[in-house]
Design a protein around this ligand. Structure first.
Ligand code: TGC
Ligand code: FAD
Length: 396
């Protein structure tokens, strides 16, 4: 006979404040009630559940960590926990919120002037304005410093004219505004510098075609940003940052959120594998009673627990304003690899059912292949950490 069983022996509940616990529970209940139904259908159809955007806003998910402008002002741990619950459902759903929050709102919040913040942030927090982030190009992925998109200042008014192509851009097909990173020459210098621009939907010469054929992240819209001599008012230049550290600073915020999110995807896979193997009988015994199955469950459970503790630990450091980009690289690298391995192991434990949509594991597994690559590939983060540990850059 089995003894009393519990799914988790490593938890952080006792480390959380009452507010953080409430936020976590509310996010979980909302996601189970409002996000889960219909998700599998969206994934199969390759569509994004647009009707959820206003609901995300009502829950305070859009721009959650920021103060003012209608944002919820969540601390980094509470924010991480909302990401965990969103990605427990689907990485593409968390991606929508990550891009809106960390990649579209953050650059306006951190590098914009007060007029720009007042103009765009309240509408973005309400989900009335959707943003996207254009850094990657056909020939500039891991090495965004080699981008070709450029901006030249033109005419007496000092407006900019942007040309170039951005690829693999989450949310671009439905975005009302695009944060575009482009090289420009300034003050007579002949060395181009990277600057950030807010390019609004409806600008002449701007198009955002959808990329079709993805077998991962199917409930998330991905597209291009094509800029053909697009005139952008000088008021749309983000004044507060020059150089690659502008987009990289946004990525540091997004990578932090992703690192919590993937724990949710891993938990979903582990919990499904655990309950399935307790119920499934082969050779006259539940397959959870076999030593090889228990070895898999214990491995998944322990790795999830370690990832959760690391995310919590770094979350508190972030709360004190002391989290470094290299620590974020560690968190993204370790937690995404853990989630991907957990999904693969869980898939095997369901046998043939592991590949069926209704069990959700194959969807997580397929999504996590993207998460392993975007926001800095596993290898890029290895090299960023290696550089910090040794002082030698092995990027080139
Ligand atoms: P490097 O010389 O290292 O740095 C240039 C300047 O940037 C600063 N910096 C950072 N600042 C903030 N956060 C970070 N993580 C930073 N890393 C570097 C650095 O201090 C320096 O500042 P300064 O003042 O000296 O100028 O630049 P590098 O050319 O050697 O490149 C470094 C490298 C390879 C690590 C970087 O380029 C990189 O991270 N590459 C990966 C590209 C990437 O992550 N792309 C993501 C695109 S967006 C996306 O995938 C969104 S998916 C979203 C979703 O759907 O959820
Ligand atoms: P490459 O850079 O060509 O890398 C290919 C392989 O080479 C990788 O394994 C990489 O690790 C390896 N490699 C590269 N350089 C080195 C090196 N120096 N040493 C060792 N190995 C190396 N971008 C945006 O700007 N905005 C978005 O919203 C966005 N959303 C995305 C959504 C999806 C679904 C996907 C798939 C991507 C998205 N991206 C976005 C792009 C993403 O950030 C890039 O795909 C990623 O940065 C990798 O670039 P790449 O695909 O060009 O691969």
């Amino acid at each position: 006979m089995p003894v009393a069983a519990t799914p988790y022996l490593i938890t952080i509940d006792h480390l959380l404040s009452d507010d953080e616990r409430l936020t976590w529970r509310a996010a979980r209940e909302f996601c189970e009630r409002n996000v889960a139904p219909g998700l599998e259908q969206h994934y199969e159809n390759g569509t994004f559940p647009r009707e959820l955007v206003k609901q995300f806003a009502e829950m305070g998910f859009l721009g959650a960590p920021y103060e003012g402008y209608g944002c919820a002002g969540m601390n980094p741990v509470a924010y991480g926990l909302t990401n965990l619950e969103l990605e427990r459902q689907d990485s593409g759903i968390r991606s929508f919120c990550s891009v809106q929050t960390s990649l579209a709102m953050y650059p306006i919040y951190a590098y914009g002037d007060e007029t720009q913040r007042q103009r765009w942030l309240p509408g973005m927090a309400k989900g009335e304005i959707v943003g996207c982030f254009g850094l990657t190009e056909p020939n500039a992925g891991s090495d965004p410093g080699s981008m070709r998109t450029h901006a030249r200042q033109d005419g007496k008014g000092g407006d900019y004219v942007l040309s170039g192509q951005k690829l693999w851009i989450t949310n671009s097909p439905m975005a009302d505004l695009c944060i575009v990173w482009a090289k420009t020459l300034e003050h007579g210098s002949d060395t181009p510098v990277i600057r950030g621009f807010v390019v609004e939907r409806g600008s002449k010469g701007l198009s955002t075609p959808t990329m079709h054929g993805k077998l991962s992240m199917r409930a998330s819209l991905t597209g291009e940003i094509v800029l053909d001599e697009v005139r952008v008012p000088k008021e749309n230049l983000l004044p507060g940052v020059h150089g690659l550290k502008g987009p990289l600073g946004c990525l540091t915020q997004a990578r932090y959120g992703i690192s919590w999110g993937v724990i949710g995807a891993a938990m979903s896979c582990y919990e499904r594998a655990r309950s399935y193997t307790i119920d499934r009988v082969q050779f006259d015994r539940p397959i959870a009673s076999f030593q090889l199955t228990q070895q898999k469950l214990v491995g998944m459970h322990n790795e999830i627990g370690k990832s959760l503790l690391l995310a919590y630990h770094f979350g508190r450091i972030k709360q004190n304003g002391k989290l470094s980009p290299e620590q974020v690289s560690i968190l993204k690298r370790e937690n995404v690899a853990m989630a991907l391995q957990t999904a693969r192991t869980a898939r095997s434990m369901l046998g043939g059912n592991g590949i069926m949509g209704e069990f959700g594991i194959m969807r997580h597994l397929s999504n996590l292949e993207t998460v392993y690559t975007y926001e800095g590939t596993h290898e890029v983060h290895t090299l960023a950490i290696g550089r910090a540990l040794t002082g030698f850059s092995a990027f080139a």
